[in-house]
Design a protein around this ligand. Structure first.
Ligand code: C2E
Ligand code: MG
Ligand code: MG
Ligand code: MG
Length: 283
């Protein structure tokens, strides 16, 4: 929020700004307690292979069930966690919960990968690979089914250190994915410096590609780029059957979006995986 405001030439501080800043501060102060007392909850969104419509994975997306403010979405508290030193504890909680859940699904016979979003800030922590290794060990979850999605929410200030940490994770067999690909200006640099396995084309391009010609060109070009570099591709933000079919024609491997399902809690996912109502719309 602050970053958006910085771009404006003049800033007039109002009483409302003050109130809002105080609210943000309080939310940030509540975060450690929220992590410790299980106020965080993960919702899961399916990731589907296009050619055979198989569910091959899920993305874990964190929510905060706040005792006063209700269900909060990550955009309202992840930046606060990054700025207040809670992001490490939050990330550990998310990884632990997502890997345990994925292990349960695996035990029930579903061989699906689990994708977890990692703030770029975490890539400065030399203890991070060990933490991931420990979680994989205690759950016996296969490393190649864990995907870490790296976003540009925070700038990588020490690229060499981050590269070292990411390389360690890659050597462990963990899959690395560049999230929101095409929006951040270091997206391309990441591809050259980091051992990347997958890119996720940002939803802002995919969402409107069926009626905005330039967006279709961008998606097609990104698919080409990924193919030429030997990377897997996920198209995010698939909202309708038409977009699904276009992606199919363009040879895109994998899709994610509201068309198949919104992010849903574990209970709802249990039903969804059996019924998969979205398939009706492709008939
Ligand atoms: P993301 O990783 O790019 O996740 C995709 C976001 O797009 C999710 O929003 C999801 O609900 C939404 N989305 C999925 N399909 C569609 C679609 O078809 N149309 C549209 N319009 N939107 C769609 P959400 O859950 O609010 O998460 C927002 C962002 O918060 C995530 O973007 C991710 O960057 C961040 N985030 C979420 N969980 C975590 C976490 O555990 N740790 C960190 N560091 N960041 C997280
Ligand atoms: Mg993501
Ligand atoms: Mg994204
Ligand atoms: Mg995002």
């Amino acid at each position: 929020y602050a970053a958006k405001r910085d771009k404006e030439p003049f800033t007039v501080y109002t009483h409302e700004d003050d109130i809002e800043r105080r609210q943000q501060l309080r939310l940030a102060q509540d975060l450690p307690e929220a992590v410790a007392s299980n106020q965080l909850v993960l919702h899961y969104q399916p990731i589907v292979r296009i050619d055979d419509q198989e569910v091959i994975g899920v993305e874990a997306l964190v929510r905060w069930q706040h005792p006063k403010h209700g269900l909060l979405f990550p955009d309202s508290f992840i930046p606060l966690a990054e700025g207040s030193g809670s992001i490490e504890a939050l990330t550990e909680w998310v990884l632990q919960d997502a890997i345990s859940q994925a292990s349960l699904w695996r035990a029930a016979g579903d061989r699906i990968s689990v994708s977890v979003n990692i703030s770029a800030l975490i890539l400065h922590n030399p203890a991070f690979p060990q933490m991931v290794a420990r979680l994989l060990e205690t759950t016996s979850f296969p490393a190649h089914l864990l995907k870490l999605e790296i976003t540009e929410s925070a700038i990588i200030s020490d690229v060499n250190r981050a590269t070292e940490i990411v390389t360690q994770l890659h050597d462990m067999g963990v899959c690395l994915s560049i999230d929101d690909f095409g929006t951040g200006y270091t997206s391309l640099a990441y591809l050259r410096k980091l051992p990347v396995d997958e890119i996720k084309i940002d939803k802002s391009f995919v969402m409107n590609m069926s009626h905005v010609a330039d967006d279709e060109v961008i998606v097609r070009t990104l698919l080409d780029l990924a193919k030429n570099l030997g990377l897997s591709v996920v198209a995010e933000g698939v909202e309708d059957a038409e977009t699904w079919r276009m992606l199919e024609d363009l040879g895109c491997d994998v899709a994610q979006g509201y068309f198949m399902s919104r992010p849903i809690d574990v209970e709802a996912f249990k039903d969804w995986i059996v019924t998969q109502p979205w398939k009706q719309e492709l008939k």
